[in-house]
Design a protein around this ligand. Structure first.
Ligand SMILES: Nc1nc2c(ncn2[C@@H]2O[C@H](COP(=O)(O)OP(=O)(O)OP(=O)(O)O)[C@@H](O)[C@H]2O)c(=O)[nH]1
Ligand SMILES: [Mg+2]
Length: 334
């Protein structure tokens, strides 16, 4: 998946179908002098239905289509025949989509499982035909109900990536490189900050038959919660991860402080993120001499953090296999 195709936010306009009108037909037959009313009911207008589809990964398919309409119900006919209901408009969304009312921001639906359906806008009811209105005082009512009009809604769809493991770190800390080393994903990697602008996903194949999904998100910096850097709205993509891996480069002077800044930014976004299983990974360990690395492993400040610390190098693959073991273990102790 390339970054251009990763669409995770769209606004759409949907409209359900109008109900068909009831018929005012009066029966006329050769040998029936006063046939009476026999106008059928109008069909209901089609609904706007969102359906979760596990084969979709992004909201890319909305890039070229943002308006959706269901069909109108047909009008009622003679001989009490009802009009057909209008066809529903079924809109496919990936697992992890959140549908909000664009006008008031209210969350209307969150898709968690494949195949779930959400009726976002019901079609207008069909009108009743005139035979319903026959009474002792009015044997031949000409009145029938019109159908109810469909309604329009403005909706916002947001995607929250569903990965098992999420990488969190400052720009340039080696998140995308790690993703490229443990999965088949080929994210953009660069020696500059904010190389990654959209989340990347990859599948880790673990010990022959097991797999889990990891996601790499853009870097965050101090003040991200106030909009610094790329801001922190993309943190929604780690809301559903089971475990969070915090990456800090071994070149950083105070790894413990850097870790705490990341924790702080997450707390400002959504403090529930901190309840997740965490792991601090010190990256790029090939860049420091062996004795320094040994010192770092014994560093008291790091040891006193309330999180396990692991050391890796994506370039030399140092600590990579054991990192996979750790992730797998944490995922399975949930
Ligand atoms: N020496 C060394 N360099 C690394 C290692 N991992 C990543 N790098 C380099 O660090 C730089 C940043 O790597 P990225 O993987 O793009 O970092 P990122 O965290 O994804 O950065 P953003 O997308 O900007 O947030 C690149 O020049 C990588 O080649 C490593 O283990 N050792
Ligand atoms: Mg990156």
């Amino acid at each position: 998946m390339t970054e251009d195709n990763f669409v995770d936010y769209v606004k759409v306009v949907v409209r359900s179908g109008n109900g068909g009108a009831g018929s005012s037909h009066l029966r006329r037959e050769k040998f029936v002098a006063k046939g009476g009313p026999d106008g059928g009911d109008g069909g209901d207008g089609g609904n706007i239905i969102f359906k979760t589809d596990k084969n979709l990964w992004t909201l890319f398919h909305f890039k070229f289509k943002k308006h959706f309409k269901a069909d109108h119900g047909e009008n009622g006919g003679k001989s009490r025949s009802s009009g057909a209901n209008g066809r529903d408009e079924i809109i496919k969304i990936p697992v992890g989509s959140v549908i909000k009312d664009t006008v008031n921001g209210k969350v209307l639906f969150e898709s968690i499982e494949d195949g779930e359906e959400f009726n976002a806008v019901s079609g207008g009811k069909g009108g009743l035909g005139n035979w319903h209105f026959k009474s002792s005082t009015n044997q031949t009512p000409k009145y029938s109900q019109p159908g109810v009009e469909g309604s329009e809604k403005k909706l916002t769809i947001e995607l929250k990536v569903l990965a098992d493991v999420g990488f969190v770190g400052f720009p340039n800390s080696g998140k995308s490189t790690l993703l490229s080393v443990i999965t088949d994903a080929t994210p953009k990697i660069g020696d500059y900050e904010f190389t990654t602008l959209k989340p990347n996903l990859g599948i880790v194949k673990y010990k022959d038959f097991n797999t889990f999904v990891v996601s790499d998100i853009p870097g965050i910096i101090k003040g991200a919660s106030k909009g610094k850097g790329l801001g922190h709205h993309f943190l929604r993509h780690i809301e559903r991860n089971s475990i969070l891996i915090f990456l800090v480069s071994c070149e950083s002077k105070n790894i413990d402080k850097k870790f705490n800044i990341l924790i702080d930014e997450l707390r400002k976004y959504n403090k529930e993120l901190l309840d997740k299983e965490k792991l601090l990974v010190v990256t790029k360990c090939d860049l420091i001499p062996k004795d320094k690395l040994s010192d770092l492993k014994l560093n008291n400040k790091l040891k006193s953090l309330s999180v396990d610390v692991h050391f890796i190098s994506s370039i030399t693959r140092y600590g990579i296999e054991t990192l996979k073991d750790l992730m797998w273990k944490k995922l399975n102790t949930q």
